[in-house]
Design a protein around this ligand. Sequence first.
Ligand SMILES: NC(=O)c1ccc[n+]([C@@H]2O[C@H](COP(=O)([O-])OP(=O)(O)OC[C@H]3O[C@@H](n4cnc5c(N)ncnc54)[C@H](OP(=O)(O)O)[C@@H]3O)[C@@H](O)[C@H]2O)c1
Length: 188
Amino acid sequence: MAKTDSRVTIHMAVSLDGFVARKDGSVDWLETKDEFVEGATLDPEFVAAFLKTIDCYVMGSRTYETALRFESQGFGWAYGDKPSFVLTTRELPRTRNTVEFYSGDLAQFVNERLRPTFRTIWFVGGGVVSGECMRLGLADEVCYSILPILIGDGIPFIDKLDRDVALHLAEVKAYKSGMVELRYEVRR
Ligand SMILES: NC(=O)c1ccc[n+]([C@@H]2O[C@H](COP(=O)([O-])OP(=O)(O)OC[C@H]3O[C@@H](n4cnc5c(N)ncnc54)[C@H](OP(=O)(O)O)[C@@H]3O)[C@@H](O)[C@H]2O)c1
């Protein structure tokens, strides 16, 4: 039985033109320099408290490989000590006990394995996995953090969506860094 109050959220940082990475997978553009004077400040204590509310992460293998690369460059592991489920058909290095690999039917995995155990389930990319999640009707909400930059081309936030998905705008926040965070609930 699924936890009735479990929630699947897709969250990524995007360029204003809707990309989560360049075509070659690079995310150098995430470091933007802007100032929106009236924006809110991202308080590290608030961020830490917020991250505690996330029960587990789900990501595609290419996102995992980016996270491993960042870690090897000294930027740390982005997903703390939370269970992190990596979708892959390949044999990838398992660098910590919190990482688990899965291959196969994503709907079955989310509904039968994750929802009964975790309340707050975060899909953190990339575009292929977000597309799969959305096409299968698994997402309850979408968090879209827009950075103040256009990059022209790249990997889309949601890859290969095959229909319209109606959303309800639930929250808007603008930050001093020029980032705008939009939270939408998926209309059923
Ligand atoms: N801006 C942001 O916030 C943000 C966030 C996340 C990622 N990114 C960027 O996005 C890029 C990666 O995105 P992407 O769309 O190319 O790839 P992705 O979604 O991270 O990974 C896709 C891969 O996951 C595996 N997969 C997906 N569904 C599966 C299933 N049901 N069973 C088994 N394996 C499955 C497949 O890999 P296998 O070949 O291993 O089977 C597939 O090629 C990276 O450059 C990353 O840095 C950006």
